[in-house]
Ligand binder design. Structure first.
Ligand code: ZN
Ligand code: ZN
Ligand code: FE
Length: 762
């Protein structure tokens, strides 16, 4: 007879609320083992007793056969004396123990549930709240920990006997699925349209009809409402854009299947995996036909695409297809401009009443509002541009732990970061903090996070900018305050993600950040060594007539830069570039430049790219952030040669002068060359400049590791050109993946700065 052994097994990772205990229970049954499994503070603890070979296979299969939504970080095994048990049990989770457990992120509809709800014989046929332990709402419905049904917005729904049976059966896919529901006992949809209301299936049928007819509807999703309409209806899109005051900003679309996405866009293996993942972000895909989707994403080569991720979406697309519509729906955040995404029909009435002509909502309230996440592939990795639904509140693992820190982020694309031990929890995308409702959203989310994580941070980190709303919020909170320079935080967000310990050089290419000299930085080469940092190189300062207005009126940075590049000769040909701008405006700007009034100095690479987009003729004005540079990148062909930047040594570092590149671009434009020529020259030129400057710094200090971050690195072309250039020289290159390179990832770098005790070298 095989010897009987008993092992204690600790499993860490994302192992709660994802069907892990039933998985263990089934494995134990398969190998005829006795013992128990329970959730606790560390993750899942198991004691398993049986034949040594059975226990061995059991341990192997814990990871091998894990549920789709689970992530196993470690499996720790120790030996115990056999206890002679005969059965295997699932123990209740302990109250105190579960306190520190992880709240899982929301999970997109799984294949099994899709099958259930598309089977006419199933009791959940077209039921828009179908879920199981592998899918469904989590973070969006949880109010407190431990994550159990009474702690969620499902508390009011009493399970029917059939659902209760599933919930209590360890072998069922819905064992302890907290939001488990069916048409008999669960939430229901309602449609309000033109003074009439519908519920259940008729509500979905009618919604499909209204959408096909070209209507704009507010549809309740996982973390908030979408505004939805046909992507192929110019009239609907015109109305939607007018109501949101978004003349050009790209809107994401939802298509029924991966195959449908492939018909519209090119989809790589990495992109396909992201689209069909349980995080189900919006993925930026290259359009098959340039110029297609001119209503949803005008003048851009890429389109944001997502697949149905809730059973409600799946049911709706099914009904649309039945009625002959198989196209794409625009699904954009249901908010007014930069306000928080609406999470209740009351909020929809106030913010979107004039926009949406019908509202499809349901009675499973959203507790934590959360926008769709946005991802893109660059340099062979999936990267996030917005980290929200599906990713939050999953932790970013750190390579060091310390006392809890709260980092408040920046004012644009705000997120905050709370650390607990060696884990960093970033909030969902909160947005632009100059909007007072978003400051409330920040505070509301901070309260929710502190309740879920049970931490009280002793240190509060904020941006160096004295006038940021995020800095003001930080100052109003208890705890020791630390101010961190914006671009140092960008670079450190990469170091934190990748657990970099040694010295490195950060390339922070960005729109705006407050510098230690009070100027507006944005093209920084920062040298990090021994927990200190210093600025090694940057773009030559230029004046920005009108200050912040320059981020929208691209002719402003262009005027300042072209004028400086041509010097005395500027009145010759180059002035013709500005013939489309009202003369009174350019005259005022010139006077401001001459007098040095309201002309802050900046080294912003974002503004330099804005200027190039103006010079190329693609954009005289940005109606959304970085519109010109995004449209310019869309024209990149890779065929034209690089423009030249001049790098010179100054005060122990390097100053980069873009004047030769500006002159070349202006001449190309004035001689009638296509904008694509300028797109090529700018992207290749900026990449060559970055690589050359990096190499000189490396030559001086011997550092061969580089971290790329900042909003400009959402430009895939630039990120890939610079990465390839640095790698060709034998350097090691890291960039953001888990958090956005834009200000949405800044809080992670701020937290890491405090946690590791960094300082600025004076
Ligand atoms: Zn499921
Ligand atoms: Zn039920
Ligand atoms: Fe930034």
């Amino acid at each position: 007879m095989a010897p009987i052994v008993r092992k204690k097994i600790l499993v860490k990772g994302v192992v709660q609320g994802v069907g892990f205990r039933p998985h263990i229970y089934k494995l134990a049954a398969a190998h005829a083992l006795a013992g128990w499994v329970k959730n606790d503070a560390a993750g899942v603890t198991i004691e398993a007793e049986g034949s040594s070979s059975g226990v061995e296979r059991f341990i192997r299969e814990i990871t091998l056969k894990k549920p789709a939504a689970a992530r196993v970080d470690s499996v720790l095994v120790s030996a115990l004396a056999p206890a002679g048990e005969k059965t295997f049990l699932i123990s209740k989770s302990g109250g105190k123990a579960a306190a520190a457990a992880i709240i899982p992120a929301d999970l997109a509809l799984c294949r099994d549930c899709l099958r259930d709800m598309t089977d006419p014989a199933d009791r959940r046929y077209l039921y828009p709240f179908t879920n199981c332990t592998n899918c469904g709402p989590r973070f969006t419905i949880v109010k407190s920990v431990p994550y159990d049904r009474p702690a969620t917005t499902m508390a009011a729904f009493k399970m029917c006997p059939a659902c209760r049976g599933e919930y209590a059966d360890p072998l069922d896919r819905r064992f302890h699925a907290q939001p488990n529901a069916c048409p008999v006992c669960g939430p229901a949809v309602r449609l309000e349209a033109g003074g009439r209301s519908f519920s259940g299936l008729p509500a979905l049928e009618r919604t499909a009809q209204l959408l096909i007819a070209g209507g704009i509807g507010a549809l309740q999703s996982l973390g908030g409402f979408h505004l939805a309409c046909r992507a192929d209806s110019p009239a609907a899109l015109r109305k939607l854009r007018a109501a949101k005051r978004r003349p050009h900003k790209p809107f994401a679309v939802m298509v029924p299947t991966l195959a449908a996405a492939r018909r519209l866009c090119r989809v790589s293996a990495i992109e396909a995996a992201a689209l069909t993942s349980s995080e189900a972000p919006v993925v930026m895909l290259r359009k098959r036909v340039p110029g297609s989707f001119s209503g949803a994403a005008p003048a851009l080569a890429k389109l944001g695409v997502m697949l149905p991720y809730t059973p409600l979406h799946a049911a709706l697309f099914r009904l649309l297809e039945e009625k002959g519509f198989t196209g794409a729906l625009v699904m954009t955040s249901g908010n007014f401009r930069d306000e928080p995404i609406c999470k209740s029909p009351q909020e929809v009435r106030i913010a979107l009443g004039g926009t949406a002509s019908f509202t499809l909502w349901h009675d499973r309230p959203i507790h934590n509002r959360v926008d769709d996440s946005v991802a893109f592939e660059a340099a062979g990795e999936l990267r996030l541009a917005r980290r929200a639904r599906g990713y939050v509140p999953s932790a970013v693992k750190l390579s060091a732990s310390g006392a809890s820190v709260l980092a408040c982020g920046a004012d644009l694309k705000n997120t905050f970061c709370l650390t607990r031990g060696a884990e960093a929890f970033l909030s969902q995308h909160i947005g632009d903090l100059s909007e007072p409702l978003n400051q409330e959203y920040f505070r509301e989310t901070l309260v929710n996070f502190r309740r879920l994580l049970k931490v009280s941070p002793g240190a509060v980190v904020h941006d160096l900018h004295p006038d940021y709303a995020s800095s003001a919020i930080a100052r109003s909170l208890p705890g020791r305050k630390t101010a961190v320079q914006h671009h140092a935080a960008h670079a450190l967000s990469v170091a934190a993600e990748h657990g970099l310990e040694g010295p490195f050089i950060g390339l922070a290419f960005d729109g705006t950040g407050y510098g230690t000299d009070g100027k507006i930085w944005g093209s920084e080469f920062l040298v990090f060594r021994d927990r200190t940092w210093r600025r090694g190189a940057h773009l030559k300062y230029f004046r920005l007539p009108g200050g912040d207005a320059g981020a929208f009126e691209t002719w402003r940075p262009a005027l300042a830069l072209v004028r400086a590049a041509f010097g005395g000769g500027w009145r010759g040909a180059a002035v013709r570039l500005f013939s489309g701008v009202p003369a009174a405006k350019t005259r005022t700007a010139e006077r401001m430049l001459e007098a040095g009034l309201n002309c802050p100095e900046t080294s912003s690479l974002g503004r330099l790219f804005d200027a190039f987009s103006f010079i190329s003729g693609v954009r005289g004005e940005n109606t959304y952030e970085a519109q010109g540079p995004m449209e310019l990148e869309s024209l990149y062909t890779g065929r034209g040669a690089a423009y030249r930047f001049e790098i010179s040594e100054e005060g122990g570092g390097y100053i980069i002068d873009p004047a030769p590149a500006l002159r070349a671009a202006a001449r190309d434009r004035l001689s009638g060359k296509p904008a694509a020529r300028i797109a090529d020259g700018v992207h290749k030129g900026a990449a060559a400049m970055a690589v050359e400057t990096a190499a000189r710094l490396s030559g001086d200090n011997g550092i061969k590791t580089f971290c790329l971050s900042g909003g400009v690195f959402q430009n895939r072309t630039l990120l890939e050109l610079i990465t390839a250039g640095l790698e060709r020289r034998g350097f090691k290159v890291y960039a953001n993946r888990l958090v956005p390179a834009n200000d949405g990832g800044l809080a992670l770098g701020q937290a890491w700065y405090a946690l590791k005790g960094y300082n600025q070298m004076m």
